[in-house]
Design a protein around this ligand. Structure first.
Ligand SMILES: *Cc1c(COP(=O)(O)O)cnc(C)c1O
Length: 487
């Protein structure tokens, strides 16, 4: 059957449909389900083949961008192609250019894999094709997202009165938290930023740790906050509390302090309780970037790391990292919903009036968006509270095990205290570390990120994948051992 053109005629007359009668008694036209069937079956088959191989294949991509473009075909086709062939050809061309980030030996950046249930729910989100911006229009997905938000607050022990917005990732979630902060601190200073903009506004002091993530700088840039005043970091990469007190004491006026739950190199957490006391005394808005680390708050054995973070005003996290939900799912949490809604709310006649509560589009920069909170709900539902605890605890345990076993290899040192999921290893000199990283990548069993930390070249292992277990840790250590310089 030719499925290249959408058709509203029943594609298979032998399969009668049961159309839902409209209230006027009119029958709707039979749905073109057969147009979807063949191409979805093709896609499901392609996805299964990918997933069958992804846990055992070499991790890095084998084709570069040019090769993939050539394989796709560089010219816009003059005529359309059949849908199933489009999907099959797409996969054949693109897959050699993919990295096996779902593998249990993938430790690159801070990424994580994808739980089966999360992937399945993500497929449903696309099939449902709901615009998740308005409560009254798409109550099904809004209900799921609102529950996901409530459950998340309970899991993390954050104030239940906080509002939750779903965004693409922690970059956008940091933007949302800082935007609410900007709104709030300027309002406290008697300035209406929505009406009067930033020109002539009291200057906002943004204070952050020297080892903040670059996403915080980006968010500040989008918000016209300029560069943050940087407070030195301690040996673990945490914001110095004495330094924060000094920075806060050096000025006055509207102030936002950005703290971190989970340093990408060390995994370290700022001292939230101490920082929070200082922020309160200075009437500063306190934001926490917890892209992957906020999840430590869901595990009783790790909760000491996040102690006091519940006193902050806003938090940013990702579900696509530690929780192993597919890209993309970021979460912005704001303890002062009015500041959030003032920053993002829009009231236009063509938008439905909310019956109760703010509409999702009043919490994030997007008006229209996919229901990316649904895979989060499905994953929390599938794991349950104890499953989330087990996941997060297990990632940290595997990181400790990996660090211990790597440290026993000749020439290898672990530079960080492994308190959470991040392991930073180095060889005696930078050249040896870089060369080790290159050999490891070429061999393909393991992917770790080359980086620099505290003036040294390092290889960074981020244990963020549910598929990493004791066996994968062992294989990883074997691969590193095999890649060590010959002695
Ligand atoms: C990954 C990360 C970010 C950025 O998150 P995205 O999901 O890539 O937008 C911000 N902060 C920290 C600490 C991160 O690890």
């Amino acid at each position: 059957m030719d499925t290249s053109q959408p058709s509203h005629a029943p594609s298979d007359p032998d399969t009668p449909m049961d159309p839902v009668p409209l209230s006027g008694g009119t029958q709707t036209a039979p749905a073109p389900t057969a147009d979807y069937d063949a191409v979805l079956d093709t896609a499901a088959g392609v996805a299964r083949r990918w997933l069958d191989g992804v846990f055992s294949r070499p991790i890095p991509a084998t084709h570069d961008i040019d090769q993939v473009k050539a394989a796709i075909g560089r010219e816009l086709p003059p005529h359309g192609l059949e849908a199933e062939s489009v999907i099959e050809q797409l996969a054949a061309a693109v897959e050699p250019g993919l990295m096996a980030s779902q593998s249990g030996r993938f430790f690159g950046w801070v990424m994580g894999g994808t739980y089966p249930v999360a992937l399945a729910a993500d497929w449903l989100v696309s099939a449902w094709d709901q615009n998740a911006g308005m409560r009254d229009a798409t109550p099904g997905v809004i209900a799921a997202e609102e529950l996901a938000g409530e459950w998340l607050l309970q899991l993390l022990g954050l104030p239940g009165s906080s509002d939750v917005g779903f965004v693409t990732g922690a970059t956008a979630a940091n933007f949302v938290g800082l935007a609410a902060g900007r709104q709030h601190v300027l309002e406290q200073a008697g300035w209406d930023v929505n009406r009067d903009g930033l020109s002539g506004a009291p200057r906002i002091r943004l204070i952050a740790g020297a080892e903040r993530h670059g996403a915080v700088d980006l968010a500040a840039r989008y918000l016209g906050l300029g560069e943050a005043t940087l407070v030195p970091a301690d040996a673990h990469g945490r914001i110095s509390i004495a330094g924060l007190a000094r920075a806060l004491g050096e000025g006055s006026g509207p102030t936002i302090v950005c703290l971190q739950a989970g340093n990408i190199h060390s995994g370290a957490f700022d001292d939230f309780a101490a920082a929070s006391a200082l922020c309160r005394a200075a009437c500063a808005w306190q934001h926490v970037d917890g892209a992957f680390g906020l999840w430590a708050g869901a595990a009783p054995g790790l909760r000491h790391l996040t102690a006091g973070y519940e006193l902050a005003d806003s938090w940013a996290t990702d579900a696509h990292k530690t929780l192993n939900v597919p890209y993309d799912c970021g979460v912005a949490i704001v303890a002062r919903p009015t500041a959030l809604h003032t920053a993002f709310g829009v009231h236009a006649s063509y938008l439905l009036a909310p019956a109760a509560g703010a509409d999702p589009f009043e919490k994030v920069p997007e008006m229209s968006r996919r229901a990316r909170g649904v895979p989060l709900l499905a994953t929390l539902r599938w794991l349950g509270r104890d499953g989330v605890e087990e996941l997060v605890t297990g990632l940290a345990q595997n990181a400790s095990r990996l660090a211990e076993e790597l440290a026993a290899l000749p020439g290898v040192s672990i530079l960080n205290d492994v308190v959470f999921t991040q392991v930073c290893m180095a060889m005696p000199d930078d050249e040896a570390t870089t060369a080790l990283g290159e050999r490891l990548l070429a061999e393909g069993r393991v992917l770790a990120s080359p980086s620099h930390w505290h003036d040294r070249a390092v290889l960074r292992f981020s244990v963020s994948n549910w598929a990493t277990d004791a066996d994968e840790v062992r294989t990883t250590v074997d691969a590193v051992r095999a890649a060590l310089p010959p002695r």
